[in-house]
Write a protein that binds this ligand. Structure first.
Ligand SMILES: NC(=O)c1ccc[n+]([C@@H]2O[C@H](COP(=O)([O-])OP(=O)(O)OC[C@H]3O[C@@H](n4cnc5c(N)ncnc54)[C@H](O)[C@@H]3O)[C@@H](O)[C@H]2O)c1
Ligand SMILES: [Zn+2]
Length: 370
């Protein structure tokens, strides 16, 4: 099986995303050019450490790289002030300098946290992402958004800091719990829904094979997703415009995650699946796309084992006004005006500013919110 490479074309900060099976075992050789001092620190979480840290350490050693490692507790709570401090203190302890590089081995939590620490440590050091969840491989490891959560909200403190390289080892997904895999698949189908109908149709045919981790379909799904993200990020790194399309489903998702406490009740990817179904039905309700397209979007989301209706989520029935209040606080909302990513059809998403609260209220009531 070949390794494929996607370039993120950001000029002086350009980097490549390598995708294929077995990359962890080759990480030393694949990163050697970025490690002239032959030393690094690997930050990971306890679940990932148990399964995948030793092979990475061996691979680095084999390339003559001395690697220290630091293991954090798994879970969203680690993406916090305390977690940030722990990572920064670890880097200080190991005397990393501006010329050194830190490796984030894990899902989006570790990637976002370590990326942010790298952004601010000694005013910025290099980092590499080795994403180990499907969500992190197709979304969070690419594009340079890094952040922590604070009591006032998720991802509110952060920075844009691009990695120097991303290694997506498809083999590590074999140990991912099925529920996490399905949640990551929501971000994959999001790319089809937002900008590539042909990819969406391909997922309708091959989604089950992707979820079964069949090598060729899985590689194609990750590569196509990363390529779309790379293309959008290269055009609009700081989200002045088109990058917002990547937030399809996310205004609904974030409101529901806030209501359900950002935890096990509703995983981020599950919220995104449901959010995409809602965004398409809302688009249909506003006369922007056909009911048939909304039904088609939901069918794939449902087939992937993701929720498509509010009543499937613990906490139902949700309060309309509470959901709208969360949406008005979304980072995309400007001056309280509601902004959504809506669609004219499968693969045709656009940024809709100033959505009428009344239309949203009617829609949410029809969806079973009270
Ligand atoms: N920066 C971005 O652009 C961006 C985009 C999307 C999401 N995010 C962030 O990503 C985070 C969610 O990421 P996530 O879904 O990867 O969650 P996560 O990092 O919490 O990982 C999910 C769970 O899977 C475990 N795990 C990871 N890899 C494993 C493997 N190979 N085998 C077994 N278990 C494994 C983890 O320990 C954890 O328990 C959120 O904080 C979200 O805000 C960031
Ligand atoms: Zn997301």
């Amino acid at each position: 099986m070949n390794v494929c490479t996607v370039e993120v074309g950001l000029g002086a900060r350009a980097y490549r995303v390598e995708i294929g099976p077995g990359l962890l075992a080759e990480a030393g050789a694949r990163l050697a050019d970025l490690l002239p001092r032959r030393r690094t620190v690997v930050i990971t979480d306890a679940h990932v450490a148990e399964l995948h840290l030793a092979p990475l350490e061996r691979a680095l050693q084999a390339a003559g790289v001395t690697a220290a490692s630091h293991v954090l507790p798994p879970g969203e709570q680690t993406k916090s002030w305390d977690g940030l401090r722990e990572v920064c203190e670890t880097l200080l302890e190991h005397r990393l300098d501006r010329g050194d590089l830190v490796i984030a081995l894990g899902g989006g939590v570790i990637g976002d946290l370590v990326g942010f620490a790298a952004a601010i440590f000694k005013r910025g050091i290099d980092f590499v992402q080795i994403p180990t969840t499907l969500l992190a491989q197709v979304d969070s490891s690419v594009g340079g958004k890094t952040a922590i959560d604070v009591t006032q909200g998720k991802n509110l403190i952060g920075a844009f800091h691009q990695p120097r390289r991303v290694l997506c080892d498809l083999g590590v997904l074999a140990t991912l719990p099925a529920r996490e895999l399905r949640a990551g698949f929501a971000e994959v189908l999001k790319y089809g829904l937002l900008g590539d109908e042909a990819f969406f149709a391909w997922l309708e045919a091959h989604g089950a094979a992707v979820l079964a981790l069949d090598e060729a379909p899985l590689a194609h799904a990750v590569e196509r997703s990363v390529a779309m993200k790379a293309e959008i990020v290269a055009q609009d790194e700081l989200e002045a415009g088109r990058r917002a399309l990547l937030n399809l489903g996310h205004t609904f998702a974030h409101a529901l995650e806030t209501e359900t406490g950002h935890g096990e009740a509703l995983l981020h990817g599950e919220a995104v699946g449901l959010g995409c179904a809602l965004a398409f039905r809302f688009s249909a309700a506003l006369g922007l796309c056909s009911d048939a397209d909304a039904t088609r979007a939901s069918a794939l989301i449902q087939a992937a084992g993701l929720p498509t209706q509010l009543c499937e989520v613990a906490g139902h029935p949700f309060a309309v006004e509470r959901l709208i209040a969360h949406m008005a606080q979304d980072k995309k909302a400007e001056g309280g005006r509601l902004t959504f990513i809506l669609a004219h059809g499968i693969g045709q998403a656009f940024v809709a500013r100033g959505v009428e609260p009344e239309a949203l209220r009617r829609f949410l009531s029809r969806e079973g919110a009270i």
